[in-house]
Design a binder for this molecule. Structure first.
Ligand SMILES: Cc1cc2nc3c(=O)[nH]c(=O)nc-3n(C[C@H](O)[C@H](O)[C@H](O)COP(=O)(O)O)c2cc1C
Length: 316
């Protein structure tokens, strides 16, 4: 996969997911692959104000690179300032969120709302790419109400975007219906810059199908990563060799515990454990060892998590 001056062997990319692909998750997932990693969306406003919690979400550790740092906002001037800050913090790529369909984001004129005003989005891309030296990309949906992907791709290419990620749904669709892989294929064929395809690559097989179907430069994997920080690596293995291996029970246990330790280091003991509960449920569900939710949501400490996991993974 070639994105601007980055040559990255693995065409499977770790998508941004707020509350999930945070810095601890990025550290853990890096153990399983060398591909491109997105941060979760970082509010440009909060970054400009040096909000302490945002600074934790935004942290890029040495091993996270290459990192696409995603910012979300609606004021061009603040987005430019945030982009310069991200570049200063060491981001490899600056990504603009023009995709998020959540009402809390839409009502601020950010995320998917930017697709209602392609002139403003193009101006944002042009001003940001004129202000920083790292490549600028945009993550967007096919359109707000209908598929306008080819027009949008041309406008954003002209404005200076190095590549684009399209999620094959409209903003109005949120997560309903299927991601439109044929529309993604059309925009890949028409665009003059690399396109990453997204939406529906939930398993290794689906991820490889999405890449083949669309002919995209690469594909972003989102929800499939829940409890599966290895998914980018296993998808690449399936793509290259036709097979892949899932984590052993021992590796699963040590991965979850290391992830939990990192959550507590970044967010403190109480918040860290609370943030980890959902990950623990996802890890174990994905591995076929569902955890009793009631017990998970009572967890207060790392050693309690260790005991719960060891019991759930013990041979019957
Ligand atoms: C919980 C959650 C949080 C997300 N947060 C972001 C985000 O911060 N930035 C973004 O561009 N997309 C975000 N997304 C969208 C994903 O990156 C991706 O586009 C979407 O889930 C479709 O891909 P998938 O079918 O592989 O999940 C989020 C999705 C979910 C489910």
């Amino acid at each position: 996969m070639q994105l601007a001056h980055f040559r990255i062997d693995n065409p499977f990319v770790q998508a941004p997911m707020a509350g999930i692909t945070d810095a601890p998750f990025r550290t853990i997932s890096r153990r399983f692959h060398d591909g491109l990693i997105f941060t979760e969306m970082i509010s440009a406003e909060a970054l400009c104000r040096n909000n302490s919690r945002t600074m934790i979400f935004a942290r890029m550790e040495k091993e996270h690179h290459p990192v696409a740092f995603q910012i979300v906002g609606n004021k061009v001037e603040r987005m430019v300032t945030a982009a310069k800050m991200a570049e200063g913090m060491g981001a490899d790529i600056l990504d603009i969120n023009a995709a998020c369909p959540e009402p809390i984001i839409l009502k601020t004129g950010s995320g998917g709302t930017l697709l209602k005003d392609p002139d403003k989005l193009a101006d944002m891309v042009s001003q940001i790419s004129g202000s920083i030296d790292i490549p600028v990309s945009v993550k967007l949906r096919l359109g707000y109400y209908k598929d306008e992907s080819i027009m949008l791709a041309r406008r954003l290419e002209e404005a200076g975007a190095s590549f684009l990620t399209f999620h094959g749904r409209t903003v109005a669709q949120k997560f309903s219906g299927d991601s439109d892989w044929d529309a993604l294929k059309s925009v890949v064929g028409e665009a003059g810059i690399p396109i990453l395809a997204n939406g529906g690559g939930l398993t290794e097989e689906k991820a490889v199908d999405l890449l083949h179907h669309t002919g995209a430069e690469g594909v972003l994997l989102g929800r499939g990563l829940r409890g599966r920080p290895d998914l980018i690596g296993t998808s690449f293995s399936l793509f290259r060799t036709g097979k892949f291996e899932r984590m052993s029970k021992e590796l699963l246990l040590s991965t979850i515990m290391d992830h939990a330790r990192l959550e507590t280091e970044y967010y403190g003991k109480d918040s860290g454990i609370k943030r980890m509960r959902k990950h623990a449920v996802w890890y174990m569900k994905a591995a076929g060892f569902p955890l009793p939710h009631r017990e998970v949501y009572q967890l207060r400490a790392l050693d309690e998590l260790g005991t719960l996991l060891t019991t759930a993974l013990a041979p019957l």
